[in-house]
Write a protein that binds this ligand. Structure first.
Ligand code: BDP
Length: 630
């Protein structure tokens, strides 16, 4: 496996470390962007001089950064090392305009912590591979159970890449913590120390996913009961030892009582008991616990219509509002199920005003085409972020790996870029972010820029059109979750059902006749979702079970909508592919994306034909436009 890679061009190619005041001369008559890149080569107070204008990097001012642009002098100022770094990267993004006199720019991040969660295993897992739900090769950090020490330069590039988009925290191992990963907390700690040293200059703090059972599996105790004094003492001593080696260690990330992971329920304790125990051990060092709210019964009886997985996180956590310590961050998936292409915003995010909340997004495309399909996710994220103002932090499941393009699909880099940019400034429009990314990555001519927008802007909606309809979700192949299998999960214990029969489809989550889920939302969303007339079309089958002849707000019947969107989705992918064939772009990128678009089209056709045929057979209602359905 090679460690050289294609750098996303939004990155300066050289490392730099901003400490104290820096003054860099750049040549305004040369290529300014190149000069800004040269400025990034700055190390330890050296002055890079090539011309008449200055880029001055100065510590001072507020958190975040300010950029002032006067004639020949552009000044970046910040109170912090991190702010200075982000200010410099902002000038890189601005290109020439950073050096044209203009109004002062003040920028501060909307989310205090902007975190990436890597679901990396140290070794190849027999079922999940190395990176769980990873579609970009192996782990950047780990190989064959060990730290990739020879590849640390690439990790440094990665740290810089993350800093360039404002990421400031990273969890370096899978939330499903297996035996080897667990030991990063104790005897494998030196590996974490090494990685923390690599990330530190880029103001990215490292976090570690830990197993709740650590006192047993690592400490030799016979319990992990959070109220047991010996257990509490073990965590205090163990975490203190981590801080001795990594003074800026961010904290721990925990998946407990979820999908078979150990947790406080085994001891009759609550999630607040579990999280607060860790919080107490971390508090003296300024660390935080990210405690995931992804807790549900994954062994439910599918015949039992009263259990609703969408309710689970709310039912477990909302009653605990106010019970969590101040340094516990409850990390909540953006939707109530599991990263489907379309879900309502999780009601947990509106139900816990006395709890620190992080919203969790999935950058890795588990359910959105697995980095084989073009699916630019910023439009979805932008909507869910603006709909959940209580979330103070943003966490994203990473889509990166040791693939030469970092993300498998070269265009999936745009999702990582957009995650960082939205976490900094959620008011940025998805098309604007994409435009930035296109400019920085390809420096394209007008035709290529237009083609990239045409391919990517709407690609999430295209993906939605040819997959599960109207918010019902899943319908994917069990296990790996790629490609269609309408009934794949229908009679399983996972709680992900569509309830299609000959008369209709959808999950009745109303208060009046269903699971009561709609009632978990504050007004007016409880009433909007409860009402068949007011529920947005795109979430209709998430909230209601309706006949195929039900007329949507769009004026179409449900069955006709299914046919129309599935035909449209495939046509859109065909158009993407044609555009891509004509685009002028770097040959290696072109070749990789061409192959992937072939696969996307094959897969979209497979989705269209299975979904359409399934619903035609169930309903017996034909397509009014007379297209071929098998
Ligand atoms: C699901 C993934 C699974 C993760 C789980 C989680 O299929 O691999 O472990 O989420 O978030 O989406 O913990």
């Amino acid at each position: 496996m090679t460690t050289t890679s294609v750098h996303p061009a939004w990155l300066p190619t050289e490392a730099w470390r901003p400490i104290g005041t820096r003054r860099v001369r750049v040549d305004v008559t040369g290529t300014v962007r190149d000069e800004v890149r040269a400025a990034c080569a700055l190390h330890g107070g050296e002055l890079v001089t090539t011309g008449e204008a200055d880029l001055i990097l100065r510590i001072g001012g507020a958190d975040g950064y300010a950029i002032t642009r006067e004639r020949h002098v552009t000044t970046v100022s910040s109170a912090t090392h991190a702010g200075l770094l982000h200010g410099l990267f902002a000038t890189v993004r601005m290109g020439e305009s950073a050096f044209v006199p203009g109004p002062r720019i003040d920028s501060a991040p909307a989310f205090a912590r902007r975190m990436l969660d890597h679901w990396d295993n140290l070794d190849v897992h027999p079922v999940m591979g190395q990176v769980e739900r990873g579609y970009a090769g192996g782990s950047l950090f780990w190989r064959a159970g060990a730290l990739r020490t020879a590849d640390l330069p690439r990790v440094r590039d990665y740290a810089r890449l993350l800093a360039s988009i404002g990421i400031n925290a990273v969890a370096l191992n899978n939330v499903n913590v297996h035996a080897t990963e667990a030991r990063l907390l104790t005897d494998r700690l030196p590996d974490l120390v090494t990685l923390a040293d690599v990330f530190r200059p880029y103001a990215v703090r490292v976090h570690l996913a830990v197993t709740f059972a650590a006192p047993i599996v690592l400490g030799g105790l016979d319990t992990a009961d959070p109220l047991d004094p010996a257990v509490r003492a073990w965590w205090s001593v163990t975490l203190a030892a981590v801080y001795e080696r990594i003074p800026d260690f961010g904290g721990v990330l925990v998946k407990a009582d979820s999908e078979g992971r150990p947790g406080p329920f085994a001891y009759g304790r609550t999630h607040a008991d579990g999280a607060n125990m860790l919080a107490e051990a971390l508090a003296p060092h300024g660390g935080v616990v990210h405690w995931r709210a992804f807790v549900y019964n994954h062994r439910q009886d599918w015949r039992d219509r009263t259990t609703d997985r969408a309710r689970a996180a709310y039912d477990h956590f909302a009653p605990l509002d106010g019970a969590f310590a101040g340094n516990v961050v409850l990390q909540v998936k953006h939707g109530p199920m599991d990263f489907q292409p379309r879900e309502p915003i999780s009601p947990v995010l509106a139900a816990m005003p006395r709890t620190r909340l992080a919203m969790e997004l999935q950058i890795t495309q588990e359910y959105t085409g697995q980095q084989r399909h073009v699916c630019y996710l910023a439009p979805m994220w932008s909507a869910v972020i603006s709909g959940a103002p209580a979330a103070r932090e943003l966490a994203g499941v990473a889509n990166t790996g040791d693939d030469p393009f970092w993300t498998g699909h070269p265009l999936a880099q745009a999702n990582l870029y957009a995650f960082g940019r939205l976490a900094w400034d959620p008011s940025l429009a998805p098309e604007t972010i994409l435009d930035e990314w296109i400019t920085l990555t390809f420096d394209p001519d007008d035709a290529a820029r237009e083609a990239l927008h045409a391919i990517m802007d709407e690609s999430w909606r295209t993906y939605e059109r040819y997959t599960a309809p109207l918010g019902v979700g899943f319908m994917v192949r069990p296990g790996h979750h790629y490609g269609p299998d309408v009934d794949g999960y229908e009679y399983t214990p996972w709680g992900t059902y569509h309830f299609a029969d000959r008369d209709g489809v959808g999950v009745d989550r109303t208060v009046a006749t269903g699971t009561g889920y709609t009632g978990l939302y504050p007004y007016p969303w409880n009433e909007i979702f409860e009402s068949l007339a007011d529920c947005p079309d795109e979430l209709l089958l998430f909230m209601h079970h309706v006949p195929y002849t039900h007329v949507l707000r769009s004026g179409e019947t449900v069955i006709q909508h299914i046919y129309d969107t599935h035909f449209a989705g495939v046509s859109e992918v065909e158009a993407m592919r044609e555009r891509w064939q004509r685009i002028k772009i770097a040959p290696d990128v072109h070749a990789r994306v061409s192959t992937l678009l072939d696969e996307q089209l094959r897969s979209a056709i497979e989705w269209r034909d299975q979904i359409n045929t399934y619903f035609f057979r169930k309903s017996g209602i034909g397509d009014i436009r007379g297209r071929k359905i098998y």
